[in-house]
Design a protein around this ligand. Structure first.
Ligand code: SAM
Length: 192
């Protein structure tokens, strides 16, 4: 789709972080294979991954939250231009304080990495019976396995938070997580 190419070019130019192809293809295949119909995405950015998810089947609904107003507005423009606006609910707000009654087949955590554990704990109640929580960037460019790859203080701090999140997933009593060496490492967590 031409629109996706122009969203990617914009993201590249304006340094907006969007999913890498490999990781996004993996989630799209998961959605197809497991007949996922309702998706909650935490971290819209400018709507790239939401549009990709909504374009898989015409009965998929995506709800997506973005904190940054400029990105949210750009995402809404992109949704309108995509033709999928009726199946993508865009919310401007902080995912740490948002509340949903609804259940989702897939919850995709792709926002502030330091908050992943909070997002997981907060939204697990919104998972449908066989639903999964997918988290991206669990390798954080290799630094989660080897923190000496960075000497930057704030990057180290963030890497430690992601390490803690990975530990939280590995030791979780309620959820089992499978890790995939796709893109920047993806975790797929489902209830035991
Ligand atoms: N999923 C998008 C894609 O692949 O097209 C990329 C999302 S980007 C990696 C992460 C986004 O999460 C950023 O745009 C950031 O502003 C947003 N974000 C960070 N903290 C947030 C929060 N607490 N609530 C909602 N959005 C948040």
């Amino acid at each position: 789709m031409d629109q996706l190419l122009s969203i990617k070019a914009y993201a590249n130019r304006e340094a907006v972080p969007i999913m890498q192809d490999e990781g996004c293809d993996f989630i799209c295949n998961y959605i197809k294979k497991h007949n996922v119909k309702s998706i909650l995405e935490i971290g819209t950015a400018i709507g790239y991954s939401s549009i990709r998810f909504a374009s898989i089947e015409d009965d998929i609904h995506v709800t997506t939250i973005e904190l940054d107003i400029d990105r949210y507005l750009r995402a809404v423009e992109n949704f309108n231009a995509s033709g999928f606006a009726d199946r993508i609910t865009a919310i401007h707000g902080d995912a740490l304080t948002q509340e949903f009654e609804q259940k989702f087949d897939l919850i995709f955590i792709d926002a502030a990495k330091a908050q992943y554990t909070k997002f997981f704990e907060k939204y697990k109640k919104n998972l449908s019976e066989n639903g999964v929580i997918i988290s991206d960037n669990l390798s954080f460019h290799g630094m989660v396995d080897d923190i000496t790859l960075t000497h930057n203080y704030s990057t180290k701090k963030l890497v430690r938070k992601i390490q803690k999140y990975v530990q939280f997933l590995k030791e979780n009593q309620e959820f089992e997580t499978e890790f995939f060496e796709i893109g920047d490492r993806i975790g797929v967590s489902r209830r035991k």
